[in-house]
Write a protein that binds this ligand. Structure first.
Ligand SMILES: *Cc1c(COP(=O)(O)O)cnc(C)c1O
Length: 429
């Protein structure tokens, strides 16, 4: 069933560290051989052995309208003929910035970069440059890319592989990153109180997605907002996952909370390597060439990446029913899974908001990193492989959210729920 994938994985390991270019892809936490993909269309992935999968990672978010969505494919083909890069400004970049501003609240100026990591590391530098303060607060299990200041108690692959301290991150850098538990406003207040006038920024995944999907508890983000206002701290929403996914205006719109700076990635590029950070003019004006907080990129605002992202965002702006459909599908899936999990009879929790959902093999509510880590990973492993065998591609880690795409049909969702029922019987007690 996975003959060719196995051959490719053997070959890959001889020239690529661990055989992959991003760690979670290696299947280490679930075991077995990573599946090598060949193509994808709509809701389906096709691997090199000819197996078909219903896709629940959507390239970790970007494929919100399904794979190889025709308008994006056509736009890329057309624009590739005009040259794939100029290293000089284009009208496309203005269109993209204007479109983002028209969709997202509280963004006066926006700078394009090439990944979510770049967006978050630049936002932090900007917050530090703007406030003249050094320290930042982040939350345990939140992932903001792989830049040094974020690799302290990080989520995603760092949590998946249970890496406590990342070698190569200097103590000097690490000591400027303070961490608190998500959904614990008192912990944050204490950190701020013990470091008066030293906190440049609080960065948060407004809806956490890198330790499974975890929702903000009532009043948590509002509390951080007023704390930041009181203390002159820059409040950064990392919307790399939630941006253009929870609503056209992301978590800011969906949850009705304003951030000072916002970072984007994933959906924003329509599947091309794109990130962005933006916010209030008064802060963004400190970025070079207006100010002296330096930030640059040879391929930033790349024309192919811009046309792909623009085409997708434009559709999401003009056809907001996509969000209603996605949410209805996700709730349908959640309710269906709930039935089969209940029939199975072992402890579980399902967290869901919009088109983000995750199942935790846990007997307690999953509200932060500690509760997420307490889930039964052995069961997740078994469940993952049973689902894979039945043609359902879930994230290969319990610490990742599932992302729905709007190409999924009711038939696909029913097939997924049926597969989950069978998989749970296989997992056993
Ligand atoms: C994926 C992710 C990032 C990093 O984005 P890359 O494009 O992988 O560098 C940052 N923040 C969040 C919330 C993410 O989910």
């Amino acid at each position: 069933m996975y003959t060719r994938s196995k051959e490719l994985f053997e070959r890959a390991q001889k020239s690529i560290p661990g055989g992959v270019n991003s760690p979670v892809r290696a299947f280490r936490s679930v075991g077995g051989t990573p599946v090598f993909m060949k193509s994808a269309k709509g809701a389906y992935l096709y691997d090199v052995d000819g197996n078909r999968y219903i896709d629940y990672i959507a390239s970790w978010g970007p494929m919100i309208l399904g794979h190889a969505w025709d308008p994006v494919v056509k736009a890329i083909q057309e624009y590739a003929g005009y040259s794939t890069s100029f290293g000089a400004p284009t009208e496309l970049e203005i269109g993209m910035a204007e479109l983002i501003k028209s969709m997202v609240p509280n963004v006066d100026l926006v700078r394009m970069v090439s990944s979510g990591t770049e967006a978050c590391m630049s936002a932090i530098r900007l917050a530090r440059g703007y406030t003249g303060r050094n320290k930042i607060i982040k939350f345990e299990g939140h992932y903001h890319g792989h830049a040094d200041p974020f690799l302290v108690k990080a989520g995603s692959g760092v949590a998946t592989f249970n890496i406590q301290t990342v070698p190569g991150v200097t103590p000097g850098v690490a000591q400027d990153t303070l961490t608190a538990a998500y959904n614990d406003p008192e912990g944050v207040r204490q950190l701020v109180a013990t470091h008066p006038g030293q906190i440049a920024a609080i960065i948060v995944e407004p809806v956490a997605g890198n330790m499974g999907c975890i929702l903000p508890s009532a009043g948590f983000l509002e509390g951080l907002r007023s704390l930041c206002d009181r203390e002159g701290i820059v409040f950064i929403f990392d919307e790399v996952m939630t941006g253009f996914r929870l609503a056209p205006g992301g978590a800011q719109e969906r949850l009705g909370i304003r951030a000072d700076l916002v970072t984007y990635g994933k959906v924003i590029g329509g599947g091309m390597p794109v990130g962005a950070f933006g916010g209030r003019k008064e802060i963004m004006e400190h970025i070079a060439p207006l100010g002296s907080v330096y930030q640059a990129g040879t391929l930033s605002g790349n024309p192919i990446a811009m046309i792909a992202g623009f085409t997708m965002l434009n559709e999401l702006k003009n056809n907001p029913s996509v969000y209603k459909e996605l949410e209805a599908k996700t709730i349908y899936l959640r309710d269906g899974l709930d039935k089969v999990f209940r029939a199975w009879g072992q402890p579980y929790r399902i967290n869901q908001l919009g088109s983000m959902i995750s199942v935790h093999f846990s007997d307690h509510p999953v509200v932060d990193f500690t509760s997420a880590s307490g889930a039964n990973n052995q069961r997740f492993k078994g469940f993952f492989h049973s689902m894979l065998k039945r043609g359902v591609y879930l994230p290969p880690s319990a610490f990742e959210s599932w992302f729905l795409n709007n190409a999924l049909s009711t038939t696909d969702l029913d097939a997924t729920i049926a597969a989950a029922g069978e998989s749970l019987r296989e997992v056993g007690e």
